[in-house]
Design a protein around this ligand. Sequence first.
Ligand code: FE
Length: 130
Amino acid sequence: MKKMPEDYWKKKLTPEQYRVLREKGTEPAFSGALYDNHEDGMYKCAACGAELFSSDTKFDSGTGWPSFDNPVNKENVILQDDNSYGMRRTEVICKNCGSHLGHLFNDGPKETTGQRYCINSCALDFNPQK
Ligand code: FE
């Protein structure tokens, strides 16, 4: 999608979603609606609706944020170095709309990818499988 003006996002998103998605914020752990969701379905970008993560890849990380060991398609996300707050992290961004989703860590399940996509619940919309 073309780059949308911040006014568009301000109208479309809740203040908390705007802070996270557009200003690279982080929601408090265990505060979101989806970290403990175990239903089958698809997790989409809360800003633009792009498909990001399948419930097949979700696991309980104990961190209080929805955690996945793989995106549904590597083409749908951008991974970018993030050295803010004195930490070296990898930021996860929605490729379609450029919104901040969360961070990628390498302490995920060893039996699968070993990766942990740590994603803000409010950055996601969940579509249950029909
Ligand atoms: Fe998006």
